[in-house]
Design a protein around this ligand. Structure first.
Ligand code: BMA
Length: 383
């Protein structure tokens, strides 16, 4: 059943690569966090989990209604991965998309208890200007030690650590995949290429990880790196291209990618065929890099706004992954939030993509909550 093809020519090497990869970057990670990482390796070789941003918080036409989820209401099961965001500032009581942090804590716990996984991104405001994440004014040097906004940045990190510490079940910290400073090879965030030097980006990533684990004793995190596919050249030296800003193997557990440009968006440079080809190439690329480094690969964000193609889930996502069982091994695919009838990435009841989404769910390689057992116990992740 395993699709693992790492270094078949040299079994000893493959074994040592796997062994390295099964240790999180935080040597003091909790046992459950360590076992989660091992399970992610295993899951990625068998199939992939379906993830959705803010799934329990709101959907199309509802908000804060107990037990609801557009995914559950279309396929009868919650997603296996729950995405959350801790922007814009942790000094507020809700995030940038009006999810109250108190509610988020509750939903994270529920996701954990259901045997599913939580992942966090961070659309932090630009602390230099007071603008949002999309304010491109350079800010990273201000955040680093010695910078004018360093104390303010530490305050945000302190609150983030406090939030993570408060995410517990039976007094035990809930493992979380943290994905800070995402899409940094694009120029749309203040931490993105063009608004930051590569050296400073790396320093920011490392400072964030070191501060949380060494200063704040947060030991329930796996760390994800997730460049954006649109700014990755796949034709020439894609590995090198992918690794722009890579903080190092000691700082990254998950080799991610965000990809909205190859999944049917119109108005871009590439034809539908070219997009499909690039989609596959980008997933092969992260699989290759993850295997070389002993890490886990994941499609950390994707989606077609409004799911305007009714067969999107099977034709654009599932079938291309299924067609490359040896070369694509990703642990999850996360689609973005369901906000309105025009800004949503998962189906909702009555939407034209529901029948296809049900087919996607029925396929044996896609994993939803109902397929999960206990991803925090080695070897017991899926049913
Ligand atoms: C974007 C949009 C915004 C949202 C932001 C952060 O893609 O969905 O509406 O505020 O992500 O979640």
């Amino acid at each position: 059943m395993s699709r693992m093809k790492t270094c078949l020519a040299c079994l000893a090497c493959a074994v040592s690569v796997m062994a390295i990869g099964q240790q999180p970057v935080d040597p003091d990670a909790t046992t459950k966090t360590k076992e989660l990482l091992m399970n992610l390796h295993e899951i990625s070789e068998h199939g992939f989990m379906f993830g959705h941003q803010d799934d329990q918080a709101y959907g199309v036409g509802w908000k804060d209604e107990r037990g609801r989820s557009d995914v559950k209401e279309t396929v009868g099961s919650f997603p296996a991965v729950h995405g959350w965001d801790v922007g814009s500032r942790l000094t507020n009581d809700e995030n940038l998309d009006q999810v109250k942090f108190d509610n988020m804590r509750k939903w994270v716990k529920k996701a954990y208890k259901m045997g599913t996984i939580n992942t966090f991104s961070w659309h932090l405001d630009n602390l230099t200007t007071g603008g949002n994440s999309w304010d491109k004014t350079p800010s990273v040097p201000d955040l680093l030690p010695g910078g004018a906004k360093h104390a303010e940045f530490n305050e945000q990190l302190d609150l983030l650590a406090e939030l993570f510490h408060s995410m517990r079940s039976w007094f035990q910290p809930i493992p979380i995949i943290f994905r800070p400073w995402h899409e940094h090879n694009g120029d749309w965030f203040w931490w993105g290429k063009g608004n930051v030097s590569e050296e400073d980006y790396i320093a920011l990533f490392r400072y964030t990880v070191d501060y949380l684990k060494n200063e704040k004793d947060v030991h329930q995190l796996l760390y994800a790196f997730s460049p954006d596919r649109s700014r990755l050249r796949l034709d020439t030296i894609p590995e090198q291209n992918y690794l722009w800003g890579y903080p190092g193997d000691d700082y990254v557990d998950i080799i991610g990618i965000d990809n909205y440009g190859d999944v049917g968006r119109s108005g871009g440079p590439d034809s539908e065929e070219k997009q499909a080809e690039n989609f596959v190439e980008s997933l092969k690329l992260i699989t290759r890099i993850a295997r070389e480094k002993g890490k886990v690969a994941a499609l950390t964000e994707t989606g077609l706004e409004g799911v305007t193609r009714p067969d999107w889930f099977t034709e654009v996502i599932l079938n291309p992954i299924k067609a490359n069982p040896e070369e694509i091994a990703i642990a999850w695919v996360l689609v973005w939030r369901n906000h309105t009838t025009t800004h949503h990435y998962a189906p909702y009841p009555g939407h034209s993509s529901v029948p296809d989404f049900q087919k996607f769910d029925a396929d044996s390689i896609t994993l939803f909550e109902k397929d999960m057992r206990n991803p925090y116990k080695k070897g017991k992740a899926i049913k």
